[in-house]
Write a new protein. Structure first.
Length: 81
């Protein structure tokens, strides 16, 4: 029973994330704007993943690597505006 509930919950989450994309008219944004938004979203997702890994990282070298990756992502995000 719990498995069915989880799959319904996942399906509703997928629908919620896809719904805003469908509401935006395709002609309102230029291809460059769409590409910049996609890049920004990708960088923000990567940043979130790195932050989550950084919270649980215990090895100093791994933490340094994650912190460097985080700094790089922050720099890229600031360049995009």
């Amino acid at each position: 029973m719990a498995r069915g509930w989880e799959s319904k919950d996942v399906a509703s989450q997928v629908e919620e994330t896809e719904a805003p994309r469908q509401k935006v008219p395709h002609g309102s944004k230029s291809p460059e704007q769409i590409q910049l938004e996609q890049q920004r979203q990708d960088l923000q997702l990567s940043r979130t993943r790195i932050m989550n890994e950084l919270v649980s990282a215990t090895h100093p070298n791994h933490r340094k690597s994650l912190e460097a990756a985080l700094a790089h992502l922050d720099k890229k995000l600031s360049e995009l505006g």
